[in-house]
Design a protein around this ligand. Structure first.
Ligand SMILES: *[C@@H]1O[C@H](CO)[C@@H](O)[C@H](O)[C@H]1NC(C)=O
Length: 222
């Protein structure tokens, strides 16, 4: 091979090598086996301080409840049972959490976002019409049946709707120990203290009477 094409090849290999960390991004390596959350610590870190490893037990890594359907007798007709860092201390620094989602016939898991986690849903029973909206305002939606799965990219507004007269449920994985939850309508119309009527009227292009009517539905503290 000519020297020039050799150096061209070398340059190409180097360019790919330099770019690969951007493509193959992953959580930082843990520096120890685990860092079980110490809920009693007064040390404030990003996450929770580690519990004394000699006091860690199997219970710190276990959760039970995914076999029990969540109560869907609420206005939306859905319920999530979430095992995140708040109930499962062994998840601290692990970058993962799990949930069970139950959706009643014609129920809805209303539009919401998880600011810190990508989500993946698999349907176990029933059918769900799932979708998310990109930052460009494009909707990606699909009906998912048992055994099927769908990804909701991190931070994007998404929902799950049961279009059928049968209950549906599924299992959800999230790429954060503390994915966070912002329900779009609740956060805007149910904030406490309440967001000014003028702000919401202008933002939603409706009159202030309509704003107050919606606020009442979300139990805003006036
Ligand atoms: C979800 O289900 C749990 C357990 O059945 C219940 O305690 C909780 O109130 C339900 N949440 C909603 C919003 O209905």
């Amino acid at each position: 091979m000519a020297t020039s094409s050799c150096s061209l090849l070398l340059a190409l290999v180097l360019a790919v090598a330099v770019m690969s960390p951007l493509v193959l991004a992953y959580d930082p390596n843990s520096l120890q086996d685990f860092c079980v959350a110490d809920y009693t610590s007064n040390v404030f870190v990003n996450g929770w301080a580690c519990k004394d490893p000699s006091k860690v037990t199997s219970a710190d890594f276990s959760f039970s409840g995914f076999h029990i359907p969540g109560d869907t007798s609420n206005f939306a007709g859905s319920n999530s049972t979430l095992a995140d860092i708040h109930v499962l201390p062994g998840l601290n620094t692990a970058g993962i959490s799990l949930a069970r989602l139950d959706v009643a016939p014609f129920g809805l898991n209303p539009p919401h976002t998880h600011p810190r986690g990508t989500e993946m849903l698999t349907v176990v029973e029933g059918e769900l019409y799932v979708g998310f909206i990109t930052t460009q305002g494009k909707l990606f939606g699909k009906v998912i049946k048992p055994g099927g799965a769908f990804v909701y990219p991190k931070g994007l507004v998404h929902f799950a709707f049961n279009l059928t007269p049968r209950p549906a449920w599924g299992v959800v994985g999230l790429s954060s120990q503390n994915p966070g939850l912002i329900r779009v309508a609740d956060s805007i119309f149910g904030a406490s203290p309440a967001v000014n009527d003028e702000v919401l009227a202008k933002a939603f292009r409706i009159n202030q009477g309509t704003v107050q009517m919606i606020k009442e539905k979300f139990g805003a503290k006036m």
